[in-house]
Ligand binder design. Sequence first.
Ligand code: NAD
Ligand code: WQD
Length: 337
Amino acid sequence: MKVLITGGAGYIGSHTTVELLEAGHEVVVVDNLCNGSEVALRRVEDITGKTVDFVCADIRDREAMDAVLAHHDIDAVIHFAGLKAVGQSVSQPLTYYENNVNGTLVLCQAMEAAGVRRIVFSSSATVYGSEAPVPYVETTPRGTTSNPYGTSKAMVEKVLEDLVEADERWSVALLRYFNPIGAHPSGKIGEDPQGIPNNLMPFIAQVAVGRRDELTIFGGDYATVDGTCERDYLHVVDLAVGHLKALKAVSERGVSVYNLGTGQGVSVLQMVNSFTRVTDVAVPYRVGARRAGDLPAFWADAAKAEKELGWVAGKSLDDMMADTWRWQSGNPEGYGG
Ligand code: NAD
Ligand code: WQD
């Protein structure tokens, strides 16, 4: 297939581009580089020995998107492009709705005009909201999201469902990611957040490599295995492979929804301790106040993706830690180094 990857110069998009190329697909990447790196795409070419067709453009630019879709015979779109910082979304709601929701509307209008009606969407476990029973299962209705970022994901899911309802020629796969971490085993691509990392794994890695002094663990008094929050961490390469499997799902009509997670919860302290055990690198930390908006614990019921897509997140936590460290220790300043 020839696949258009929006946001393909980002963390998950670059890893997915590797897997698509190695599976024999052709790819076109569109990215405005607001949080991605063209270096990542060059590294993807190093890893695969194949050429990445890259267009530096914004998905909100209708003319640019029309041109990409007219120039390439695209079979399906994998839609990663979006802003994803929860805290930033609270202070900049208009920016998030404009980029994430309006961006998707423009993309879908361009797809419709070009007769391309297969889309795999990067959704998030955050759409389950704060009341959903754990483990999260796809049949649970979307819940009350607690920030504009999560709400933008829920809104796009609804837009895509309504699109299929209105026109059965569309097919949509909604992939609800849990907590992707790790890096390609080559160490050439990985997670490279701009500024101070919001997420746990890149923060641990930056402490380990000496870019940060210590980790603050947000809360040690939750009703969990050791008082720290539990999450479902999956290897980004497993997640990338999940998109290959989802491309098959969108060859059928309709909407399909899949949790992409391991089905296991791991606490913050367990993450810190496993990183040090695997890498033999200490991670100084202190336990601080809880972070507003954090839920104590959630993880996926991952049975549906296994049953229907034949997908399982098979890489271990040790793999995630080792691969993270190989990337970060080899690229202390990320792609900017
Ligand atoms: P990322 O920021 O590394 O990648 C997103 C990419 O999209 C970046 O390269 C950025 O430059 C690009 N982009 C953003 N807005 C754009 C626009 N208007 N036009 C063109 N390009 C644009 O983030 P990621 O971690 O790779 O996440 C990819 C997708 O998966 C996002 O939609 C995110 O919301 C979703 N997601 C991520 C996580 C996670 O923990 N990383 C979890 C669940 C869902
Ligand atoms: C994990 C745990 C923190 C940093 C977020 C988004 C979600 C999705 C994935 C996009 C929590 C703790 C973290 C730190 C810490 N992204 N932590 N110290 O919050 O589960 O999910 O990323 O879709 O939408 O909400 O991931 O990595 O931020 O936090 O103690 O410096 O680590 O409190 O318990 P989270 P995270």
